[in-house]
Structures are given as structure tokens and as C-alpha cells.
Design a protein around this ligand. Structure first.
Ligand SMILES: Nc1ncnc2c1ncn2[C@@H]1O[C@H](COP(=O)(O)OP(=O)(O)OP(=O)(O)O)[C@@H](O)[C@H]1O
Ligand SMILES: [Mg+2]
Length: 233
């Protein structure tokens, strides 16, 4: 059973009475443990698609089956539960809380999930260790480099044991060397921990870390192929 099944998904935004079709019938599947890169020009619909994959938004029409569950017909509460259980998010801007330590930031999703304090602490430490930042647990975000902050965000995304990690331009705010460190962390999580990753990037150097590249153009998938075929041209 695939982890993600998207079937003929359309997304229409309405603004001031004017309709805009941001996704025009997108279909694809992602198997467990894949590492998929999404590329495409600005405005082509990548973030719109990621919001739908992340159950942060629903399609106007079409079907989305996540981990065997049709989520197109779920209520807000059901969607929130599905998100919490299945999906970790990382964003371009890290989205860490500035007054909290790295450890406390990683603990947050478990606080929302209602885990006891001792368990929260232990799991947060484990997650920070996984991204190589256990020594930095007590530092606040502004005492960490951009790459370290993004890795804290990765630890936070994974601490609820979500099988799926969605990343929208996670290296967009990082210099290329730091971006590479973040990609190496993600590669490790994918190949050693079996985390399924879907990642949006503009950067073809970053895209090389994926195993499959899906290109989005004007609200449609224009190509979908294994990474090695892309680099071979
Ligand atoms: N909430 C919204 N309301 C109306 N239109 C929107 C909304 N979100 C996105 N759009 C429009 O949908 C299209 C696709 O936007 P989207 O954010 O998915 O693009 P993108 O591929 O992520 O671009 P970028 O690379 O710049 O991040 C754009 O034309 C955008 O203006
Ligand atoms: Mg975007």
C-alpha cells in the first residue's frame, strides 16, 4: 500500500470573486521510504500541493489517500489527528519558538499530544541526538546557526514518530554548505530510519539528494523520473 495516493486533485482559489486553478488534476503516488523531490517555477503550485499532502488544506476535487485513509472527506478534528500521527513539517523559516531551548522546541508536539513530562524529555533528547545536536539541547534558536536551527526543526518534526516528512524549501534560507548538512541529515533519516520524504526545492544541487524528481508546471505534473535519469540528462 502506497503512503500517498493523489488522484486527479484540483485546487481552485477564489479571490475577490475571481477563480484561479492552482492545481489542474494532479495524480501520483509515493511509496513508503521514498525520497521525492518536487521542483518547478515560482507559482507553479508546489506549496499548494504540499499543503494538501500535509492535510493543511483540502482539494477542491479529486482524492487523497494517506496511509490507506481517504482524507478528502474528513472533518477538521480528524484531519488534525491524521496530521499529528503521520506528518512532520519543516519550512524554509525554521519556525522555532525563540524563547525556548532547542530541547523545549522539540518537546512541543508531544506536549500537544499529551505525553507525560519525563517521556517528553527522553524522546526529545533522542530526536536531538538523531540529528546530531544533543550537545546543543540547552541553546536557544538565536544561539544556533541556521543549519543547526533547521536540524532542531527536523527533530521536532520527527519526535511524534511520523512516517512522513514534508519539507517546503528547507534549505532556502541556508548557504549551500549548511544546506548540504541539512540534506545529509535528511538522507540519513530516509535511508537508515525509513522516513518517507517529500521535499520542494529550486536548487538542482539539493535535488540530487532525492531518489525521484517530480516536476510541476502550471498546476500539472510535467515529468516524474528517478534522480539518476535526471542527472544523466
Ligand atoms: N491562498 C491563496 N489564495 C489565492 N491564490 C493563491 C493562494 N495560495 C496560492 N495561490 C496562487 O496559486 C498559485 C500557486 O501558488 P504556490 O504557492 O503553490 O506556488 P509555488 O510553486 O509554491 O511557488 P514558489 O516557488 O514561489 O513558492 C500562485 O499563482 C498563487 O498566487
Ligand atoms: Mg512555494
Amino acid at each position: 500500500m502506497p503512503l500517498i495516493e493523489v488522484e486527479n486533485v484540483r485546487k481552485v482559489y477564489k479571490m475577490d470573486g475571481v477563480e484561479f486553478e492552482a492545481l489542474k488534476g494532479v495524480s501520483f503516488t509515493v511509496e513508503k521510504e521514498e525520497f521525492v523531490i518536487i521542483m518547478g517555477p515560482s507559482g507553479s503550485g508546489k506549496s499548494t500541493l504540499m499543503h494538501i499532502l500535509g492535510a493543511l488544506d483540502v482539494p477542491t476535487s479529486g482524492k487523497y489517500i494517506l496511509n490507506g485513509k481517504d482524507i478528502t472527506s474528513m472533518t477538521r478534528d480528524e484531519l488534525a489527528r491524521v496530521r499529528n500521527k503521520n506528518i512532520g513539517f519543516i519550512f524554509q523559516g525554521f519556525n522555532l519558538l525563540p524563547r525556548m531551548s532547542a530541547l523545549e522546541n522539540v518537546e512541543l508536539p508531544m506536549l500537544y499530544a499529551g505525553l507525560p513530562a519525563g517521556e517528553r524529555r527522553a524522546k526529545a533528547k533522542q530526536a536531538l541526538d538523531l540529528v546530531g545536536l544533543l550537545e546543543w539541547a540547552d541553546h536557544r534558536p538565536n544561539q544556533l546557526s541556521g543549519g543547526q536551527q533547521q536540524r532542531v526543526a527536523i527533530a521536532r518534526a520527527l519526535v511524534n514518530d511520523a512516517p512522513l516528512l514534508l519539507a517546503d524549501e528547507p534549505t532556502g534560507n541556508l548557504d549551500s554548505k549548511t544546506g548540504v548538512q541539512v540534506m545529509e541529515t535528511l538522507t540519513y533519516l530516509n535511508s537508515e530510519r525509513g522516513i518517507t520524504i517529500v521535499l520542494v526545492t529550486h536548487d538542482s544541487g539539493i535535488a540530487r539528494y532525492g531518489k525521484r524528481i517530480v516536476r510541476v508546471l502550471d498546476g500539472m505534473i510535467s515529468s516524474d523520473m528517478p534522480e539518476e535519469q535526471v542527472t544523466m540528462g
